[in-house]
Design a protein around this ligand. Structure first.
Ligand SMILES: Cc1cc2nc3c(=O)[nH]c(=O)nc-3n(C[C@H](O)[C@H](O)[C@H](O)COP(=O)(O)OP(=O)(O)OC[C@H]3O[C@@H](n4cnc5c(N)ncnc54)[C@H](O)[C@@H]3O)c2cc1C
Ligand code: FES
Length: 508
């Protein structure tokens, strides 16, 4: 078999009794060497590749929704008829196979010819020049979607990073731990941009936007005109106003260069301090433990991640990291960093030659502010992701949008949300007029424990725990006034997907 699967399942080319699959059923099998998934929707049968094109999630453990299948791991969504990755984080299609029903059986036949995605716009109606500021999750997903949907005029992507768009979530997980090959990190190779005529300009800072003249000004003074503009400038790590923050052994983590610098330093040190018990801080702690460093986490809160996940999961996460040798200094902060040593506010010191600050990020709003766009703790956008300036859209960590599910204007810092917003903004720059109504989703990984989170709950009055948190088999519902605002889960992927579908339906 070409895919790692202990049991390849039935040979689907030999036929399966049609009635053995109920409506919505999924069956993993194979055709020759290929792992194939057979799905039943009403009286129709679909056959597609059995693994997700993102990180190889087993689609047989996913959920059918209409004519799509959702991946259990990070909730990507594929069209069963065309294989198109209609919703991030997967961006590449999956293969489709033809099926035939005969004598009460369904047979999977041959691979189907790939189908190009439907064009979103006629060439005549398309804007002549689209400029994207930002080479991260939202910017890349927008550029990919524009070309996928047949936009073939000028497309320019400006990024002040020296690296092309990367799989940022991996920078605090497998890549930092030393368990991911280099080729996992770029979202696409250089050839991708060349073939699609995406003018990707790296190390190119945008200094200003003139919404009237419809042009952006680069730091070197050059001007780039646009008809539609997407702002996707992301966020930057908060730097604590602390003596010693600028010492060479103190790092923050946002870019590939940041990550490589931490890896280089980790190779020379025995002990590290992580400031902050945030998702990124604790993922960094886990990755540095995997590299064999002694790791201390210093954070002001009583429980890690309690503000987002509540006390039950907070306690579990603390125990999980302690089982892996992490030493917590909670309800404490750093008072000063010195070469080789960190002073705690409580009076103690920790000798460490590596300090990583993971104390939150702040959205990069300077361009939007100076262009006079409406700002409300983020760039304010409407339901179609357009800013207060016609023709200028915003997506990702900077965007505050009217979220239909919570009923509030929210801004989140999630990879999948940024990508999906980039995709919707791309369609809307082509005139689609689509609402951004995806339920927010994020995941985090600590050692072998993934945490999936669907929805958005800034506060709650009840947390209902189903299953057993310590057994790593649980789902927590965060409720306010009896309504479920968000769901966190560990190894309950189908239930997490079903909760997402339920939340979508509740707001349709
Ligand atoms: C280490 C790490 C791990 C993470 N893990 C997860 C995870 O597991 N799950 C999850 O849901 N989220 C995770 N996140 C958060 C996620 O990566 C972000 O929410 C996402 O990247 C936001 O996408 P974006 O496009 O808004 O911004 P970014 O991806 O940050 O991209 C912004 C881009 O804009 C460019 N830029 C900014 N200003 C300018 C300018 N003036 N001129 C030119 N270019 C400019 C930047 O160089 C960059 O290319 C993680 C983040 C980090 C840093
Ligand atoms: S592996 Fe399928 S969405 Fe990530």
């Amino acid at each position: 078999m070409s895919d790692t699967q202990s049991d390849p399942g039935p040979d689907l080319s030999q036929g399966i009794v049609a009635d053995s699959l109920t409506d919505g059923a999924l069956l993993a099998g194979h055709v020759g060497d290929e792992a194939v998934l057979l799905a039943r929707r009403g009286d129709e049968f679909f056959a597609v590749a059995a693994f997700c094109s993102h990180y190889h999630g087993p689609l047989a453990e996913g959920v059918l929704v209409g004519d799509t299948i959702r991946c259990p791991w990070h909730h990507a969504c594929f069209d069963l008829k065309s294989g198109e990755a209609v919703s991030a984080p997967a961006l590449a299609p999956i293969a489709c196979w033809t099926t035939e029903q005969r004598d009460g059986k369904v047979f999977v036949r041959a691979p189907a010819a790939p189908r190009p995605a439907a064009r979103a716009v006629s060439a005549a109606a398309a804007p002549r020049r689209i400029v994207i500021v930002g080479g991260g999750a939202a910017g890349f997903a927008a550029a990919e979607m524009l070309r996928r949907k047949g936009y073939d005029s000028d497309l320019t992507m400006l990024s002040d990073d020296a690296a092309p768009p990367v799989d940022r979530p991996n920078l605090s997980k497998d890549y930092l731990a030393g368990n991911a090959p280099e080729d996992w990190i770029p979202l696409r190779e250089a050839q991708f941009y060349a073939e699609r005529r995406i003018d990707l300009r790296l190390s190119t800072a945008v200094a200003g936007i003139d919404p009237r003249a419809r042009e952006v000004t680069l730091a070197d003074g050059k001007r780039v005109p646009y008809d539609r503009l997407l702002l996707a400038t992301g966020a930057e790590p908060v730097r604590l106003p602390l003596p010693g923050m600028d010492l060479p052994h103190v790092f923050t983590l946002r870019t590939l260069a940041d990550c490589r610098a931490i890896i280089a330093r980790a190779g020379e040190e025995r002990r590290a301090v992580v400031l902050g018990a945030s998702f990124i801080g604790l993922e960094v702690a886990a990755a540095l433990r995997a590299r064999g460093l002694e790791v201390h986490v210093v954070a002001p809160e009583a429980r890690p991640m309690e503000r987002v996940l509540g006390p039950q999961l907070g306690d579990f996460i603390r125990r999980l990291h302690e089982e892996h040798g992490v030493i917590f200094h909670l309800q404490d902060t750093a008072a000063a960093i010195e070469p080789g040593r960190l002073r705690l506010a409580s009076g103690g010191t920790i000798d460490a030659g590596l300090v990583v600050a993971g104390v939150g990020v702040r959205p990069r709003l300077a361009l939007a502010e100076s262009a006079g766009l409406a700002i409300d703790r983020g760039v304010s956008v409407d339901g179609r992701l357009q800013t207060s300036a016609p023709g200028i859209y915003a997506a990702g960590d900077i965007a505050r949008w009217p979220d239909a599910h919570s009923g509030s204007a929210i801004r989140v810092e999630h990879w999948v949300v940024a990508q999906r917003q980039g995709q919707v903004a791309a369609l809307n720059m082509l005139g689609a007029g689509e609402r951004f109504d995806a339920v927010p989703f994020f995941w985090s990984q600590h050692y072998d424990v993934p945490i999936n989170y669907v929805g958005h709950a800034e506060s709650w009055d009840e947390i209902v725990v189903e299953g057993d948190i310590d057994a790593r088999d649980c789902l927590l519902r965060y409720k306010l006034g009896g309504r479920v605002l968000a769901v966190a889960s560990i190894y309950r992927d189908r239930a997490s997907l079903l909760a997402e579908v339920e939340m979508e339906r509740a707001t349709v």
